[in-house]
Design a protein around this ligand. Structure first.
Ligand code: ZN
Ligand code: MN
Length: 477
């Protein structure tokens, strides 16, 4: 008999597309700044300061809420979560808590479908502030110390809490992929930025206690952390060791979890309503939101309008940057099948998708729609064969050159000698007698024969010269 596994998630996502922090005018883009330069009296919690809510943050959080099938309440309120920790200069975090029996957070009772027929319930969605960052120096030495950087303090975060509906780590990974894509499509969060999406997971096995795994800094490590934790707990069960309710930290370097502290109860945080922010009425906000096309709709449109398969459209949609690249490319060269094929089978295969996505965004890999469109077109028209196309793709993702430039510069084409090509053309005429006989009726015969020349030369023959020679020879038939 298999033991029941229940996994729930708490996802924190920074609203990186905002201009400013949640309660002050400091920049929301704190990365690569000198420590403690992106701060003001509000976000370092000086006495006498008052928070001022960023309206756009409420709008973005509401969009996430709607996209995940939640209901937005009429009124929202904020609460203080009290705890003492150096990254939290006020000694409390402004967040939203399910208090007073009201629905005062930004969303409740959502539902997300993923992996075709699976579903996860969304318990709640709340808006809160990010704490500062602790930087540990000289770890594990006698000279160890900790620095605090408040540049991140007060960045707008949306916390998404799911019900424990996942049965295994793989489901979690597929769901988180979808979640990334939703956040990207909403254009509220650049998920490829370091630390912009973080995930805590809670897991219980059989009758065992709930264990929380914190500190997982990227979506891709969540599956690893959960797999490790399942093995750990099952081993304990085998040896009749009780699994304690506790919080464990994910150790990113050793890829294990380690005990951190026994878990506080919610009551330890002494929540109470934030007196410095009034209750906010969101009159009909749900209908006023400007919702973009979401991954599910977009996938169906790809299938319907472009005739792509379920699988190919899913792979493209999983990562907005590839879905966009696809649509921009077919604007230039309208051949959805071959364009999608170049992206899904070749481009994504060349480099690990996760880093490729990041590298395209940062411009480290210089590929855009023009490259893909040109490549697909050149290969479709038999100017070069597919293998040479792949060689070109490998080159251009590093250099950013256009495929046509590479061909013109002769970097791929080596055979430009007329006699050598004529020899190959004659060979093709010999092999493809039927096509040659058909050439009077079939206007594509020349192209077909050119394709064969390219095949024989592994794409190395000069296509223009070859076509000329083929046409001349055909005229004589
Ligand atoms: Zn500030
Ligand atoms: Mn939180």
């Amino acid at each position: 008999m298999s033991i029941e596994i229940r996994i729930g998630l708490e996802i924190h996502c920074q609203l990186t597309k905002l201009n400013s922090k949640l309660f002050c005018p400091c920049n929301s883009d704190y990365r690569d700044m000198k420590p403690n330069t992106n701060i003001c009296p509000i976000c370092i919690g000086l006495p006498g300061t008052l928070p001022r809510i960023n309206k756009k943050a409420i709008e973005y959080a509401a969009m996430i809420s709607v996209a995940l099938g939640c209901n937005i309440p009429e009124k929202i309120a904020f609460d203080r979560k009290n705890y003492f920790y150096p990254d939290l200069p006020k000694n409390f975090q402004i967040t939203q808590y399910e208090s007073y029996g009201n629905d005062t957070c930004l969303g409740k009772n959502g539902l997300v479908k993923y992996d075709e027929e699976k579903e996860v319930r969304i318990r709640r969605i709340q808006l809160e502030e990010d704490p500062g960052r602790l930087v540990y120096e000289n770890v594990n030495t006698s000279k160890s110390y900790t620095l605090i950087d408040y540049n991140r303090s007060g960045i707008a975060l949306v916390e998404i809490v799911t019900e424990p509906d996942f049965k295994d780590p793989k489901e979690v990974r597929i769901f988180l992929n979808k979640m990334s894509s939703i956040l990207e499509h909403l254009n509220v969060c650049n998920t490829s930025l370091e630390g912009s999406v973080r995930c805590d997971a809670n897991i219980s096995i059989g009758q065992g206690k709930k264990v929380e795994i914190k500190n997982v800094g990227s979506f891709k490590d969540v599956e690893k952390a959960l797999t490790y934790e399942i093995t750990r707990q099952k081993t304990m069960n085998l040896h009749d060791i009780e699994v304690k309710a506790e919080t464990r930290h994910w150790d990113d370097k050793r890829k294990t979890t380690k005990g951190a502290r026994s878990k506080e109860g919610e009551e330890d945080y002494r929540y109470f309503q934030e007196p410095d922010i009034p209750i906010i009425t969101l009159t009909d906000l749900q209908n006023k939101l400007n919702m973009p096309e979401l991954p599910d709709e977009r996938r169906l449109r790809f299938i319907k309008n472009y005739g792509l398969s379920q699988h190919v459209s899913q792979v493209l949609i999983n990562n907005k940057i590839f879905a966009d690249l696809f649509e921009e490319s077919i604007e230039i060269y309208n051949s959805p099948k071959s364009v999608s094929n170049w992206i899904v089978s070749d481009l994504m295969g060349l480099v690990d998708t996760e880093t490729l996505d990041k590298k395209i965004k940062t411009g480290e890999i210089k590929i855009n729609a023009k490259h893909i469109a040109e490549l697909a077109k050149i290969v479709d028209s038999n100017l070069i064969n597919r293998n040479s196309g792949k060689d070109i793709l490998m080159k251009i993702i590093k250099t950013g050159e256009l495929p046509s430039e590479i061909i013109q510069e002769g970097k791929i084409l080596k055979i430009q000698d007329k006699d050598e090509i004529l020899e190959i053309v004659e060979k093709v005429f010999e092999i493809e007698k039927n096509a040659v006989f058909d050439s009077q009726k079939n206007p594509n015969a020349a192209n077909f024969l050119l394709g064969k020349v390219m095949q024989l030369t592994k794409g190395k023959a000069d296509p223009k010269l070859s076509l000329d020679l083929i046409k001349k020879k055909l005229e004589r038939y």
